[in-house]
Design a protein around this ligand. Structure first.
Ligand SMILES: [Zn+2]
Length: 391
């Protein structure tokens, strides 16, 4: 088993949301601690779409269609179990393989089996699963091309690439998408299976283990998956075919979703995932930006953001529960973790030129607001932020 297999596709991030953002949101943004200048370069304005390798390209709602994906294999023991379960249920899936594992002859029988079955697709997940934002562009290219070349010996020309940990930036995304011709596949639904699996057969993942899993679901991976699929009305689900826990749970997960009326499709389903298959990520509104509360279409995967009603007039603003800091993104107003009346923290934007001092966020007004520090250890701060009337 690879050293990195327990952390699998995701950063082993505990608590500090802003730190995740620095590697996934883009280049060089502050972490909510800086004072916004209210100006932004034309280049940044032009790049308002999301360069993240995590966020699924297509926004919710997703028409009740679910595509399963399995990363970090192939594994000579676990992958055949997953394949059996999928085949028995007639459920398509995409396997994002690592070149390093694919070079192990023990994995070849299951890879040949996957390749020969039209129910399945094989895709590229890099050679050795590094954080590609830490490598030069030449090294990134080698990680991708070497894996594509090895896949060719199995008769596979991969369509999709998924960044290890979902970690990328615009330059690396452009390299993979524009120069190497692969479609960058993120996900909408994070099963967190690596975390549930790491805790053994009991399947417990606490917030301390992985902050994205809500307390209510810390012993309930199936419930956590259903909650997300319902919230997005479908989506691409991220699993890892290197954990027995994942293989043990898969039958029940499929049944849970079928019971609720969801149908399974493949990642290359153009009608289910049009932006993914056009190679174009959605430009979802970011934290503090206006949104439609009935669509819940915020830049939502990494940080579980949601579209909160801002006023009685149907306005909404993208927000996220926070302590201390909120992640920033280039081209969006600086965020702020505001104290809300229930004495909790929710992200909003500061009043800045870029949001016309809140005029560009209908249903909000600029108001002096205290930071919600919580257990973050951040300094107290009071800034002028765009506060929804509904808060
Ligand atoms: Zn991975």
């Amino acid at each position: 088993m690879l050293i990195g297999s327990l952390v699998a596709c995701l950063f082993p991030v505990v608590g500090t949301k802003g730190d995740t953002a620095s590697t996934t949101v883009g280049s060089g943004s502050g972490h909510g601690g800086s004072v916004g200048t209210g100006t932004v370069s034309p280049e940044v304005e032009e790049r308002r779409w999301d360069c993240s390798g995590m966020t699924g390209a297509d926004p919710a709602p997703l028409g009740g269609r679910v595509a399963l994906s399995f990363d970090d294999g192939p594994d000579a023991d676990v992958t055949p179990r997953i394949v059996d379960t999928l085949r028995r249920n007639g459920v398509p899936a995409t396997f994002f393989v690592l070149g390093e594992r694919l070079s192990d002859p023990d994995t070849w029988p299951v890879v040949d089996d996957i390749v020969s079955d039209p129910l399945f697709d094989v895709a590229n997940h890099s050679w050795s699963h590094p954080d590609l934002t830490g490598l030069s562009l030449a090294d990134v290219e080698a990680e991708v091309v070497d894996t594509t070349d090895l896949l060719a010996t199995f008769g596979v020309t991969p369509t999709f690439f998924r960044f290890p940990y979902g970690s990328t930036d615009c330059a690396r995304r452009d390299l993979v998408a524009d120069e190497l011709g692969l479609r960058v596949a993120g996900w909408q639904v994070d099963s967190a299976d690596w975390c549930y699996a790491a805790m053994g057969a009991e399947g417990v993942c606490t917030r301390e283990d992985y902050w994205r899993v809500p307390e209510a679901y810390e012993a309930d991976m199936r419930g956590w998956i259903v909650e997300q699929v319902v919230r997005f009305d479908g989506g691409v689900v991220l699993f890892h075919d290197i954990h027995d826990y994942t293989a043990d749970s898969l039958d029940d997960v499929i049944a849970d979703l079928r019971d609720r009326g969801f149908t399974f499709t493949s990642l290359d389903d153009l009608t289910a995932f049009p932006l993914l298959n056009a190679g174009t990520p959605a430009d979802l509104p970011y934290l503090g930006e206006p949104c439609d509360p009935s669509a819940d279409a915020c830049w939502q995967v990494e940080f579980e953001a949601w579209c909160d009603p801002a006023s009685d007039a149907g306005d909404g603003v993208c927000t996220l529960a926070c302590e201390g800091l909120c992640p920033d993104r280039d081209g969006a107003a600086t965020t702020f973790c505001a104290t809300v009346p229930s004495d909790a923290g929710q992200c909003t934007s500061r009043a800045e030129g870029i949001n016309q001092w809140c005029d560009a966020v209908p249903g909000t007004e600029a108001a002096w607001t205290e930071r919600f520090v919580g257990a973050s250890g951040e300094d107290d701060a009071t800034v002028e932020a765009c506060i929804p009337e509904a808060w």
